[in-house]
Design a protein around this ligand. Structure first.
Ligand SMILES: [Zn+2]
Length: 147
């Protein structure tokens, strides 16, 4: 599968790119001022503390912005697909640029609840996201999501 240039895994980013082995979305957090931040770094961007490290999140997020790509930029690229910026529910201030899966591009909207689903490629686990309703299937799937 031709996807994208794979990330370079460093000591700082290992938890983020390899957390998927346990199905966990790991986001860096400062132990001094308690903020969450991304991308992972050895120093807190807020208080400059070095007491930082990865912490496990719920893996739930909300779509903040998205675009649908229809152009096959490479011969084997499958289109259309949805590129999105999502905010992680329990890591305030952290947004990830990702790809949405298991979703009809025309049904995506800002505010859509999504959850992480990892794509294992070589030695990394890319955090992609899919609609919560499609993944957990808690009851009937409705067109508009009305209850
Ligand atoms: Zn801090």
């Amino acid at each position: 599968m031709s996807f994208q240039a794979l990330p370079e895994v460093t000591d700082d980013t290992a938890a983020f790119w390899e957390g998927g082995v346990d199905g966990e979305l790991q986001i860096h957090r400062c132990h001094r001022c308690a903020i969450w931040f991304h991308p992972p770094a050895p120093v807190c961007p807020e208080c400059l503390s070095r007491e930082v490290g990865p912490a496990t999140t719920s893996g739930r997020a909300v779509v903040q912005a998205f675009t649908v790509n229809f152009q096959p930029w490479a011969p084997d690229m499958q289109v259309p697909f949805v590129l999105a910026v999502v905010s992680v529910d329990d890591a305030p201030g952290v947004q990830l640029t990702t790809r949405l899966i298991d979703v009809d591009p025309v049904s995506v909207s800002v505010g859509l609840p999504v959850e992480v689903s990892f794509l294992h490629v070589e030695d990394v686990y890319l955090p992609l996201f899919r609609p919560v309703s499609a993944a957990s299937g808690n009851g009937a799937v409705s067109e508009e999501g009305t209850s």
